[in-house]
Every structure is written in structure tokens, then in C-alpha cells.
Design a protein. Structure first.
Lengths: 272, 272
């Protein structure tokens, strides 16, 4: 964000909120769209950009709310920046639409510790010089990502994961696999007659994080506990929103999604 | 560094220079001592603090020059901050003398990716609020080091390394081992009749990084090449200073230091 400029943020969940809070420490921010009034269930119907935004920032997938962009909005000439931490490499995407993509490795790429950044060269040159050196992407570009001692194990594992995705058939294949997995769990929601209530609007449903509620918090607790007994852990929703969250990142096998969907059907039969 | 305050820096090598350059982006800096005029060979004879420094920063071991603090200077009441990245856990030390210690893991603690910070509580409260969230130590303290997704593998390995040091007999034992290793290599320098010239003044010699020169750059190249053939890699000095550097971090076995000292004796016999 050059000094004196304004940056636009599109908020569709908790990670966008964190991003905008950080941006406000650096300069002027305009919230171009914000779906919090509806509980972050949908993508924004309208986006109102500022006069000449330095960039427009969005979160391609919101993990806590389970809301994902499936078609990018048309934002004209404004440089588009995406936090893709939770859905990069889960599907093909047109990188040429973005001026800057950043993604922590720990969801789809490898173990925690590495972050992947894809940045257009002109943004490197436009970056501010008054930030700490390690917060300037130009530092990493100039030093071939070796300004600091890199987390070699995390980078090595990332390379192995890329090879694994290639062996599976690449991004098209992993996207099919991810669609199949999400389809199984959303299917169990949709045939439950309202027992399971999906948080996200159908058109905004995340393929990575399926979020839903049960008729009561008591049933949600019972669901999480019985799922755990059946070998399925980590199904409690984020503490800030409650409910159930099934994360279906690249590493999860289709069999696991099948097992969850079958458990959901069976739990409904017993408690519906 | 509170707004309006001055921070004092003691420079004994390249890492201190980097630290002071970062500090200048945040506030006023006073260089209290600087041994660069002598080529960073020694610890400073005099330290001239500013009137009321917010803190005094030093680098306990400078890896590139091979200069290490063995006795801390008396700095009165000023909070002392140390970059201990390259000698933490190499020897016992009195942590109560420090207000803040920070250390990248990758020398003596474990794989790259984790950083250890030991900070006095009153410094947490005094920290500036206008920095990016991830650059505030208070963020980590408040969130039990789980504000970000931690590099779990690096943290796990650090725990294993701590167990290994404990099994060896703790810090006293690792310090004896490190002294013995450094003694072997410095011994080969000292008995070479000036063929090997140690960079650091004897009282400032690092137990972690033994830096020395040979009579010519040609001989230095030959030394590095022949050492490599003999199975000893990484002996070239940092590109900014040249010469030879033998790093003897905790993980290096005493046998390796013995092998290097024997090679140095033998290389001298053939080329002295």
C-alpha cells in the first residue's frame, strides 16, 4: 500500500477481518463489501470500490464460515490480491487475474512453517520501503527466498506434496476429488430435511470447509462426541461460531468423506 | 522501543549491523560501541550508553566474524536484549541478566522455522501497539504462542533436541564438549607458527565459529577443496569476509573437530 493510497477489502469472513485490521495499521482502508450483517453466509451481491484503490483484497476461502469464491468478481483494473491459504492447489485457477497471491502451506501444501507468495513484478517495485525488512516481498524476491534461513523441512515437504498432486493427475484431478468429497457431505445435509442446516448459501459453499448446524447445541455436542468415538476428530466448529465444521483439504481421502456422510445419515435416523 | 525513546546497540559483527538497521526503521538508535574499525575482531573496550536507553542490544555470538561474548558487560539498569541465535544452549548462562533473549532455532536448537523468545513480562506491557500484530511479542504471549499456526515439526524437533542435551548431562556437559571442540581447532591455529591466523582476538574467540585465514587466498581455496575431499564440507568463510570458518554447533561431534585439527596440521606440513 503506497503512502497516501487507499486499499479496498472485501470481507466474507473471519480471515478478511484479520487482514483489514492489519491493513489499517499501515494506511487507509475502504471496505468495498462486507457480508457480516448476514452472518458471512454468502458472497457479496455488490462491491463498491473506492476511486482508485491501490489494490483489492479478498479471501478466496473462509475456513471458519465455510464460504468460498467460485467465480471471481470483475473489479476492472484494480490489482487483485488474494489470501488463498485454505484453497490454493485445491482446484485450477487463473493466476493471471491476480496481482498477488499469498498462502500459508498448512492446509493444502504441506506442514506449517512455509508460506507461498506469487507476486507481479510491478508490485515488488511499488512496495513501501518503511516496513520491517522481513515484511517486504521485495526482500524475498531479491534474495531468492534466502534472506532468512528458510524452513527447509517445510519446503522439502511442499515439494513432495507437489509431486503427489502431479502423480494424482494434477489440479484437474485434485479438483474432481475435492468436489466429490464436498458433494458427499453437502449431500447428507441436503437430504436431511432440515436436520442439518448448512451455514453457507448454496452458491457460496466451500469445497474445503463444510459448516453446518444441528437443531440444538446439545445435539451438536453429541454429534461431535459420537463422531470422535467412530474415529472422526476435529469436527467441532470454530469456537467463534460453534456448530460443526468438516474440513476436506487435499490430504483427506474420499473414503473419509464417505464415512462422514454415512455417519450423518445414521445420526439423523437415530436423532431426527 | 517506546515512541520517543532511544535504543542502544553494541556492534561486534554482521548480525548486530542487521539488528541496528531494523531498529532505525522504528525509532532513534544510539550505537554504544562498534568494533568495525578493527574488522570486528574483538569485544569493545568501552561502551558509551545514551542518557536513558530503552534497552541495550548485543549479539552474544557473531557467526561471520567468530566473535563471542564470554562475560557480559555491566550496563547498569538498562534492559539488556541479546540475539542468542548462534550460541543459545551451547553453555550455561544467567538468564536473569537479560530483559529479552531471542534465538532462531537453526544453529543449536533444531531445524530452521522456530524462534525461541524469553522476555520479561514488563517488556511485554511496554511494547508498541502500532507494529504489525505478528511483530509484537505480546501477541505470542497472550495466545500461548498459538496466534499463528506454529511450525509443529520444528517445535517437536526442538523438544527432542532439549531431551538429547538433557541426556548428555545438560548445559554443563554440552559446554565442556563445545570447549573441547573449539580447543582442538584453535590449538591447530596456535601451533601453526602464524600459518593459520585467527580472525578473532583470543579473548573474543567464539566457541561456535572458528574463523581464520591462510597465507593466501589461493591456499584458502586449496584448503577448502582438499577438506571437502576428506569429507569436511562448509569450511569456506562467509562471502563477505572470505577465509575459513569452522562452525562447531552443539550437533557436531568431538571426533569431527579432531579430524579437522588433524587435517589442519597435515595441510600445514605439506604447504607451510
Amino acid at each position: 500500500m503506497p503512502a497516501g493510497a487507499t486499499a479496498d477489502y472485501i470481507l466474507t469472513g473471519a480471515w478478511g477481518e484479520k487482514a483489514v485490521a492489519e491493513a489499517r495499521k499501515i494506511g487507509d482502508v475502504h471496505v468495498a463489501a462486507d457480508t457480516s450483517a448476514g452472518g458471512y453466509r454468502d458472497l457479496p451481491a455488490t462491491i463498491t470500490l473506492s476511486a482508485q484503490p491501490a489494490y483489492v483484497h479478498l479471501t478466496s476461502n473462509e475456513t471458519i464460515q465455510g464460504v468460498q469464491w467460485h467465480n471471481l468478481p470483475d473489479l476492472g483494473a484494480a490489482p487483485l490480491i488474494a489470501d488463498m491459504s485454505s484453497d490454493i492447489l485445491s482446484r485450477p485457477f487463473d493466476a493471471s487475474r491476480f496481482a498477488l497471491i499469498y498462502a500459508g502451506a498448512q492446509k493444502n501444501l504441506g506442514p506449517a512453517g512455509a508460506t507461498v507468495v506469487i507476486i507481479r513484478r510491478d508490485l515488488l517495485d511499488r512496495g513501501r520501503r518503511d516496513l520491517p525488512t522481513i515484511l517486504s516481498y521485495a526482500t524475498y524476491a531479491k534474495n531468492d527466498s534466502l534472506y532468512n534461513t528458510p524452513p527447509a523441512f517445510a519446503v522439502y515437504m511442499l515439494d513432495l506434496v507437489l509431486g503427489w498432486i502431479g502423480d494424482l493427475g494434477g489440479l484437474e484431478a485434485i479438483a474432481q476429488r475435492n468436489q466429490a468429497k464436498a458433494g458427499l457431505v453437502y449431500g447428507a445435509i441436503d437430504r436431511s430435511g432440515g436436520f442439518y442446516r448448512g451455514h453457507a448459501a448454496p452458491q457460496a459453499r466451500s469445497l474445503m470447509n463444510v459448516t453446518f448446524r444441528l437443531p440444538s447445541e446439545e445435539l451438536e455436542k453429541q454429534f461431535v462426541a459420537e463422531a470422535k468415538t467412530a474415529g472422526m476428530v476435529g469436527l467441532g466448529g470454530h469456537r467463534s461460531v460453534g456448530g460443526i465444521r468438516a474440513s476436506l483439504y487435499n490430504a483427506l481421502e474420499e473414503e473419509s468423506a464417505q464415512a462422514l456422510a454415512a455417519f450423518m445419515d445414521e445420526f439423523l435416523q437415530r436423532n431426527g
